[in-house]
Design a protein around this ligand. Structure first.
Ligand SMILES: *[C@@H]1O[C@H](CO)[C@@H](O)[C@H](O)[C@H]1NC(C)=O
Ligand SMILES: *[C@@H]1O[C@H](CO)[C@@H](O)[C@H](O)[C@H]1NC(C)=O
Ligand SMILES: *[C@@H]1O[C@H](CO)[C@@H](O)[C@H](O)[C@H]1NC(C)=O
Length: 974
């Protein structure tokens, strides 16, 4: 028996020894207990925490479990921070007899103070910080282990006072109680007993307002004293001068007063001194021997006198904040020589004289703020020598001269506030550079800067104020995140950039007092967030766009002193303006009723009038005729909309009744032929055909973007193609034209741009199409002069666009009888809606125009250079395969990113692609640099190959659109 017993015991020991560290065997019993206790903890807190989920009863020995540390086989340390524990700390924890260190910080405990821990009698390290413990600290908190050296209760929700018994932990080296909700007293005497203390934090609590207890001066081993924002009053006690080991002294954000004592500047070990946000007065001593100082923040006090020259001795100084005081005199030149200074903030003082001439040359200066002083002279030449500067704030001083050359290439610069100084000279051009620029705020108003702008400003700008300077040249195109752009009273000329869609977030736009000409762009309507617009005092002409009616948050509008003409749009009735000035223009017609308001200024517009029943006597009464015509046109609109809804019903019933309505406009008779239920009138379209609404012009005519409104006042956009040179059509051709257009109008396919109606007169034809928000594909692929591609389309989007347009073409070729050939497939004819879904535009138009005799010359017939197949030109009869060729070129554009017809007559993308393929085969070098992605390279090369096949020389060898579509669908992995 005993033998067997011995053997089995021996075997099990052997087994354990082979698995565990050697020492384990010595305390097997304690170890077994510990093991069970840990399993109990795991059960209690649950296995969902990151560490406990890997604890297990079977695998590794518990001493290797995450968060567990053993000494001689017994658990001595538990470190389970950040485990999302919610359930209270269990009493069983203290059954771990040899536990000396416990870290449960960053969990979600929300009980009162865990007195269960009183039983952990060997604890010397306890960290319960960053939880949600509530209630008062217990009066008998000294029942915790007397061994305690480190107690961290910071960042919880403890309230009340701090009990005096806290002073009984005679071994305590660090005590952290900051960031709670203590609202009573703290035991000055108790703290005074903690003579071993090195770290003491009480900051950010709402303690009773008292001065710093003199007893804190007894804590001679303190290195770290954090007492900010705890309602301290009174002066800094003399006793603290005993704390000669202090490295960090933070008394900021209190109600302290008196002077900053001399001895502080002689604490030899002091590195960080924060006294900001108090009421300290007096001068800063100039006898500094605390030479290790790294950061000094004395901001927001009432300090007087000058900045001590001794600051220039602090070679470790990185940060110097003296802002918001009453300091005077000049900034000591020695500060410019400090080798580590990177952040200096001296704003809101009364400093005068020049800046240290060496500032920026010797240190990695990053932040420089001296606004609101009386400083003068030039900015130091080497301010950005080290290329680290991101903030220059020097506004409201008397600086003069040119900007330092070191700003050229200061490419981290983010914030430049120089307003209200006397700077002169040309503003450094490189700061407007699109490529490297980080600048987001530039406020340089009220100086004498000159210079011009690049066509396009960088994307990062959020605020730009150059008002009251001498900048000249054209108004730059604005881009990106711009919220505020003010350029009042400069010498800017040219037109307001047509495309304002890039700055749809702008809230404040001021271009007043320049020499700007041309119209107000129709795209002004996209500035949905615009609050204030001032373009007064220019030579802006044309009508006021109706689009203003949709700028719902516009409150300040000043268009005065320009050459605007025409009527004030009715839609002004919808605006809620607090300021309006339209005076000194050439506006005419009846003033909308809501604008007949004393507070608005409409004077000096000789043509403006009010209705006879108006009480406004500043304007003439409108003549009856205009009154009558107004009523008449309103009636016509009503009648028309009734008819339109009747028409809609009948088309639902299966008829498409072509109804022609006559309308007189400019002595022409216009006939409208609808193909869909319409929500606008021809009048709405015709009145929108002004130059400022033009979005393009092609061979056959101009294209306009017109804002139309339905009866309910809801607005939307349509695109109108005005075909010119058709005035000489004879009766038969005219009939043919309309018959052809009707065929196109009846086509309904998701990937073909809808032709809504045709409006024709003897002199012109208008084709009204649905409006596509994202314009045409070529805009997104190729940079046009001055207009940047908004952002490269990724491959998934490009493939979707290819598939969509292939579907459209496929339908026209194979779903219609007879097939409809496009004849001018190109990326400019593929339009994108708000979701980047593609539709083919201008279907069949070339054919119609050809028949109507519009396109006579061979070159016009040959489609667009770069997209026309070889057979074009000598073969007058063409078939669908010319569209396949054109589509192949579009696929080449999508994969290579190159333009179809870039450099001169020789270059042609299809030929280039064939040559590359023959010489070098398929290679990723062919693909668009912008979107290269190893995950898609193979697909892109396959589509490139498909494009080569589509652009083959022999029409008969090209695949049909059906085949092309099927091939493309294979790459669609979604
Ligand atoms: C654990 O603590 C007990 C007394 O509390 C002590 O006797 C024992 O030696 C300790 N074990 C280890 C491994 O330190
Ligand atoms: C203070 O620190 C010194 C050196 O670190 C140490 O010798 C001394 O015992 C400490 N004083 C107290 C009261 O703990
Ligand atoms: C600070 O002290 C004042 C009394 O001086 C007291 O009314 C206030 O509640 C205390 N706390 C804060 C946060 O000001």
């Amino acid at each position: 028996m005993p033998n067997n017993c011995y053997i089995s015991f021996f075997l099990s020991i052997q087994l354990l020894l082979s698995l565990q560290p050697k020492s384990y065997a010595q305390s097997t019993n304690q170890s077994n207990d510990d093991h069970q206790i840990l399993l109990g903890l795991m059960k209690h807190w649950g296995r969902n925490s990151p560490a406990l989920s890997r604890w297990s009863s079977t695998s590794a020995p518990h001493c290797n479990w995450g968060g567990v540390t053993c000494t001689n086989g017994a658990v001595t340390r538990i470190s389970l921070s950040n485990q999302s524990f919610i359930k209270p700390i269990p009493a069983s924890l203290c059954l771990l007899k040899n536990l000396t260190s416990l870290d449960l910080s960053y969990n979600n405990f929300s009980t009162s103070f865990p007195i269960a821990l009183y039983n952990c009698s060997n604890l010397n390290y306890l960290d319960l910080s960053n939880n949600f413990f509530v209630g008062n600290l217990p009066d008998d908190i000294n029942s915790l282990s007397a061994q305690l050296e480190h107690l961290n209760l910071s960042t919880n929700c403890f309230t009340g006072r701090i009990p005096p018994s806290i002073g009984w932990f005679l071994r305590l080296k660090s005590l952290l109680l900051d960031n709670n909700r203590f609202d009573g007293s703290y035991p000055a005497e108790g703290f005074g007993n903690l003579s071993s203390l090195q770290i003491l934090t009480l900051a950010n609590n709402l303690f009773d307002p008292v001065p710093v207890p003199w007893e804190f001066g007894k804590l001679r081993n303190l290195t770290y004293l954090w007492l900010s924002d705890m309602n301290i009053t009174g002066e800094i006690p003399e006793s603290l001068s005993n704390l000669t080991k202090l490295e960090v002294l933070d008394l900021s954000e209190n109600w302290m007063q008196g002077t900053i004592p001399m001895w502080i500047w002689q604490l030899k070990k002091l590195k960080y001194l924060y006294l900001f946000d108090n009421n300290f007065t007096g001068e800063i001593a100039d006898n500094i021997t605390a030479l290790d100082l790294v950061e000094i923040d004395l901001s927001s006090n009432k300090l007087t006198g000058t900045i001590p020259g001794d600051f220039g001795k602090l070679t470790n100084l990185t940060l110097l904040f003296l802002y918001q005081n009453q300091l005077c005199g000049s900034i000591p030149p020695s500060i410019g020589l400090l080798p580590n200074l990177y952040d200096i903030r001296l704003f809101n003082n009364m400093l005068s004289g020049a800046l240290p001439s060496e500032l920026g040359k010797h240190s990695p200066l990053a932040n420089f703020e001296v606004g609101n002083n009386n400083l003068s002279g030039e900015l130091p030449e080497g301010l950005c020598s080290n290329r680290k500067l991101y903030d220059i704030v020097v506004f409201n001083n008397s600086f003069s001269g040119k900007l330092p050359e070191s700003l050229d290439g200061c490419y981290l610069l983010n914030n430049l506030m120089m307003f209200n100084n006397h700077f002169t000279g040309e503003f450094p051009k490189s700061l407007w550079s699109v490529v490297t620029n980080q600048l987001s705020v530039v406020m340089i108003q009220n100086n004498n800067f000159s210079g011009t702008f690049p066509t396009q400003l960088p994307w990062n700008f959020t605020q730009l104020d150059i008002s009251n300077n001498r900048f000249s040249g054209p108004v730059p195109s604005l881009a990106g995140r711009m919220k505020i752009f003010r350029a009042a009273n400069n010498m800017l000329s040219g037109e307001i950039p047509w495309d304002l869609t890039g700055i749809s977030q702008v809230t404040d736009l001021d271009l007043s007092g320049n020499q700007i000409t041309g119209p107000i762009p129709m795209t002004i309507g996209v500035l949905k967030g615009l609050n204030a617009l001032n373009i007064s005092g220019n030579q802006i002409s044309g009508n006021i766009p109706a689009a203003f009616g949709f700028m719902s948050v516009l409150t300040i509008l000043d268009l005065s002193s320009n050459a605007l003409s025409g009527k004030i749009p009715k839609d002004f009735d919808k605006l809620r303006l607090s300021f309006l000035n339209l005076s000194m223009n050439q506006l005419s017609g009846e003033i909308p009723t809501s604008l007949q308001n004393e507070t608005y200024d409409l004077r000096f517009n000789p043509g403006l009038c009010v209705s006879s029943n108006s009480s406004d006597h500043n304007f003439q009464i409108c003549r009856a005729r205009s009154d009558f015509s107004n009523v008449l046109s309103r009636r016509l609109i009503t009648i028309f909309s009734v008819l339109a809804s009747v028409m809609f019903l009948s088309s639902v019933a299966g008829f498409l009744i072509l109804r022609r309505q006559k309308y007189r406009h400019d002595h022409q008779t216009w006939e409208l032929t609808p193909f869909h239920a319409l929500h606008f009138t021809e009048h709405g379209i015709l009145s929108g055909l002004c130059e400022q609404n033009r979005i393009g012009s092609g061979r056959s005519g101009k294209v306009y973007c017109v804002h139309v409104m339905d009866e309910a006042g809801a607005g939307s956009m349509v695109a109108v193609k005005k075909i010119w040179n058709l005035q000489n059509l004879d009766g038969n051709l005219e009939k043919d034209f309309l018959a052809e257009v009707k065929i196109l109008g009846e086509i309904r396919h998701t990937n073909v741009v809808k032709l809504l109606c045709c409006i024709s007169s003897s002199e012109a034809k208008l084709l009204v199409y649905e409006y596509m928000e994202n314009s045409s594909l070529d805009r997104w692929l190729h940079q046009r002069e001055g207009i940047r591609v908004p952002a490269p389309l990724d491959w998934t989007t490009r493939l979707q666009i290819a598939i969509d347009s292939a579907r459209g073409l496929c339908y026209m070729h194979h779903g219609c009888s007879p097939a409809i050939v496009h004849r001018d497939v190109k990326s400019a004819n593929i339009l994108l809606d708000s979701e980047f879904r593609a539709k083919v535009a201008d279907f069949g138009l070339a054919q119609i125009l050809l028949k109507a005799g519009e396109l006579e010359s061979v070159s016009a017939m040959c489609g667009t250079f770069g997209y026309m197949p070889p057979e074009y030109g000598y073969q007058r009869r063409v078939n669908e395969k010319i569209d396949v060729y054109g589509f192949g070129v579009v696929l080449l554009e999508l994969t290579t990113g190159k333009v179809a017809n870039g450099g001169g007559a020789e270059y042609c993308l299809a030929q280039w692609a064939w040559r590359q393929y023959q010489e070098n085969g398929l290679s990723v070098d062919l693909l668009d640099e912008e979107i290269k992605d190893p995950a898609y390279n193979e697909d892109m090369l396959a589509v490139f190959t498909l494009a080569l096949i589509c652009t083959g020389g022999q029409p008969s060898m090209r695949p049909s659109m059906k085949n092309v579509l099927h091939a493309l669908l294979r790459f669609d992995h979604r």
